[in-house]
Ligand binder design. Structure first.
Ligand code: ACO
Length: 311
């Protein structure tokens, strides 16, 4: 019976046995994973845009090579994740259609503009730093294909974070103008980075079930706190500050206290009204329609090859 199947399923989860594509799973587990993995995949793909904006303006050949490699990595992450989601019975075309129509969510963070070169450093350090904090536990997520994809993603993300920090470190040892540029980038990216972890636990509708199924291993607020604790120390190495007057070490809790997140801004961005939402979707739609000939050519080529084989 379904109840027996559910019990076997939950026992596997409790015993840290991965769920694989052909195993029985509750429909809600499948749907929840499709939701999370596809949103994650879309985030990687849309996430190429803010940084792609700076490839043609990187300050040196070396910086340009690093940035191109990083943006290509994001494309790769998107592809592993779309593949992982496909094992759950949704097609790549369906997911693409959900993204292009604006129906699908992707991370709020990619709806902010990249105004200066220092933003490339801040994205690597803060945005990819937040991504790693959230994604390392996903290497142990209960669904096999997702957990395996995350291992490689996390390795690449750690390189991204280090290159971001190094970019800022070099700038922070530069002239007044360069130092001001670093501080300005940190000021603009700090709060949106904290929002990446999602709403407060009390507002997080999926957390309880996702933790029970070990899709998530830690809550939104737990991971956000770890991130604050890490960055509050690292920022000192740059000789910069975080834009939060309430940020303060709490000796009793052994954590940094921090100020209140602007949740109105968060929900505004999530619901499509952030600074760049429209621009991001337009860019994806344009790329999709301009790439139509490539898809048609690939299909025609595959058909010709198949026909040749039959002869
Ligand atoms: N941006 C956009 N939407 C968000 C964000 C965010 N930062 N945080 C939460 N949401 C959405 C959720 O998708 C959910 O919406 P839905 O019900 O329509 O799907 C709603 O807000 C409520 O949030 P939660 O119940 O907390 O959702 P969930 O349990 O899925 O937790 C989280 C959100 C932490 C982002 C989780 O989905 C996750 O760990 N995802 C994998 C990592 C990921 O996607 N990272 C993307 C950015 S990193 C990068 O691409 C470099």
């Amino acid at each position: 019976s379904v109840q027996e199947l559910e019990k076997i399923f939950q026992d596997k989860i409790d015993n840290e046995i991965r769920i694989e594509p052909k195993d029985w799973m509750p429909e809600k587990y499948r749907q929840n994973l499709i939701r999370q993995i596809s949103q994650h995949a879309h985030s990687e793909i849309v996430g190429m845009l803010p940084e792609g904006n700076w490839i043609s303006r990187a300050p040196s050949l070396k910086r340009k090579l690093i940035l191109i490699a990083k943006v290509q990595d994001e494309a790769g992450h998107g592809l592993y994740l779309y593949s992982a989601a496909e094992t759950l019975g949704i097609s790549r075309d369906e997911m693409t259609e959900q993204l292009l129509s604006g129906k699908a969510k992707y991370s709020s963070i990619f709806n902010y503009p990249t105004l200066t070169w220092a933003d490339m450093g801040a994205i690597g350090w803060l945005v990819d730093g937040a991504a790693i904090m959230n994604q390392v536990p996903l290497c142990r997520t209960s669904y096999g294909p997702y957990s395996r994809a995350m291992i490689r993603v996390c390795k690449e993300e750690s390189f991204h974070q280090r290159q971001g920090f190094e970019t800022l470190l070099v700038l922070s040892r530069g002239n007044e103008e360069q130092r001001a540029m670093v501080q300005d980038a940190i000021d603009r990216w700090w709060w949106p980075s904290l929002m990446m972890f999602g709403p407060h636990d009390s507002e997080s509708q999926h957390s309880e079930q996702s933790m029970k199924w070990k899709i998530k291993r830690f809550s939104n607020d737990e991971l956000r706190q770890r991130f604050v604790d890490m960055i509050a120390e690292q920022v000192k190495l740059l000789g910069m500050t975080l834009p939060d007057p309430d940020l303060k070490w709490n000796e009793e809790h052994k954590h940094y206290d921090f100020g209140t997140i602007n949740w109105e801004e968060f929900w505004n961005v999530v619901s499509g009204n952030g600074p760049c939402n429209k621009q991001r979707l337009e860019a994806r739609n344009k790329a999709w329609s301009e790439g139509a000939w490539v898809r048609e050519a690939a299909v025609a080529h595959a058909e010709k090859r198949a026909a040749r084989k039959k002869q």
